[in-house]
Design a binder for this molecule. Structure first.
Ligand SMILES: Nc1ncnc2c1ncn2[C@@H]1O[C@H](COP(=O)(O)OP(=O)(O)O)[C@@H](O)[C@H]1O
Ligand SMILES: [Mg+2]
Length: 363
């Protein structure tokens, strides 16, 4: 199957820019996710690929086939793009059986009646609901309807599958299950997939690569591990997982050192941070500290293992079952951390490894 290329995509609604410089390539068979907060332009990007919205500029192509080209004003209508579409609202016809709902896109593509039945049953079997083929949508649970919508998306063997928050109508438990089978379905079918979600856990667990969107721009494209371990900006770090973002200034950056010293605003305490390229003394920075990479201890003598120790007051401690979540005060700064145990005292030591700190020079 071919790759999907999106180049320099731009889109405005009523004079306000919703998408700017959107640039990515989805490889053959890849599970590629557009991730970002609500309103950042994910669905608009997907709609441009599907042909439901027309961009203002840029290029969209699948293999050699150009779907949209701003310069030459090429636009291929949605029904000629051979893409599978699944939305959050399953959009099934209530007065038609499941099999008839799946027959619709086949009729639209002029697939002969004799071939339809085989294709429909094959798609329903792939999503494990073949016995439901003669029921009506209202006789199905939400999770089953969601599978029908997916079966309808793959029944005509599309070149690319586009999924817009397809699991968000399911309850938490079913969403976990659906995630597992959706991933194995995508592997089995091997179809190039663009998946839209605002849920970072969903994105991390399903995707080969993730494109992080914010305010209509791409912040970073990478594997889940790259996005998590080396977020490109403080915004990405803050959006993925639970990351404390602390402001400060570099007080030491000797040339021969592998780390720099940062004085944190609002507390005056210092952190050593593994030195990234191109930072200098006096520079303002943001330090990213993931809550799960912070260690707490009420003894001070373990500091040597970590390299950094900060003094904090325990403002709050909540029990979440698996762990305790702490809200810590470092003078005027609040830090979120977690630990397997509850500390009884008012104060706790915060240990951080220099290599676990993310450092971003202020713009
Ligand atoms: N048809 C439209 N007309 C006007 N504004 C729109 C339209 N569709 C989306 N928008 C706006 O474009 C921005 C991006 O929307 P959308 O792509 O739906 O975001 P997301 O899917 O990331 O939540 C939002 O500010 C939204 O209000
Ligand atoms: Mg959306």
């Amino acid at each position: 199957m071919p790759e999907l290329v999106v180049k320099n995509l731009e889109k405005s609604f009523a004079g306000s820019k919703v998408l700017q410089d959107i640039d990515f390539t989805v490889a053959d068979g890849e599970f590629f996710t557009l991730l970002g907060p609500s309103g950042c332009g994910k669905s608009t990007t997907l709609s441009c690929i599907a042909g439901l919205e027309t961009p203002d500029a840029g290029t969209i192509r699948v293999g050699e086939r150009v779907f949209y080209e701003g310069g030459t004003r090429t636009t291929v209508p949605p029904e000629e793009r051979n893409l599978g579409l699944v939305f959050q609202s399953y959009a099934l016809w209530p007065h038609m059986t499941i099999a008839d709902n799946l027959a619709l896109p086949l009729k639209l593509r002029k697939v002969s009646r004799s071939r339809q039945r085989g294709l429909i049953d094959e798609a329903l079997a792939k999503v494990d609901i073949l016995p439901l083929r003669d029921r009506y949508p209202h006789q199905l649970s939400g999770g089953q309807q969601q599978r029908v919508a997916l079966a309808r998306g793959i029944v005509y063997s599309p070149e690319v599958l586009l999924l817009d928050e397809p699991l968000s109508n399911l309850d938490a438990k079913m969403r976990d299950q659906a995630r597992t089978w959706l991933k194995s379905l995508q592997r089995d079918v091997g179809v190039t997939t663009v998946y839209v979600t605002h849920d970072q856990v969903e994105a991390m667990s399903l995707s080969d690569r993730i494109a992080v969107f914010m305010h209509g721009r791409l912040q970073q494209v990478g594997t889940p591990a790259e996005i998590y371990e080396t977020p490109a900006t403080p915004e990405v770090a803050g959006f993925i997982g639970r990351c404390n973002l602390l402001e400060g200034v570099i007080t030491e950056a000797a040339d021969d050192h592998t780390s720099v010293r940062v004085r944190l605003d609002g507390t005056g305490q210092h952190l050593s941070v593994t030195r990234p390229g191109g930072v200098r003394e006096g520079q303002r920075v943001t330090v990213g500290l993931r809550s799960e990479r912070i260690s707490l201890d009420d003894r001070a003598d373990v500091a040597g293992q970590y390299g950094n120790v900060l003094q904090a007051k325990i403002a709050q401690c909540s029990y979440t079952g698996a762990r305790f979540e702490y809200v810590l005060s470092l003078d005027e700064v609040t830090v979120l951390a977690e630990a397997p145990v509850r500390y009884q005292g008012k104060e706790v030591n915060v240990f951080v490894r220099p290599e676990d700190c993310l450092l971003y020079p202020a713009p």
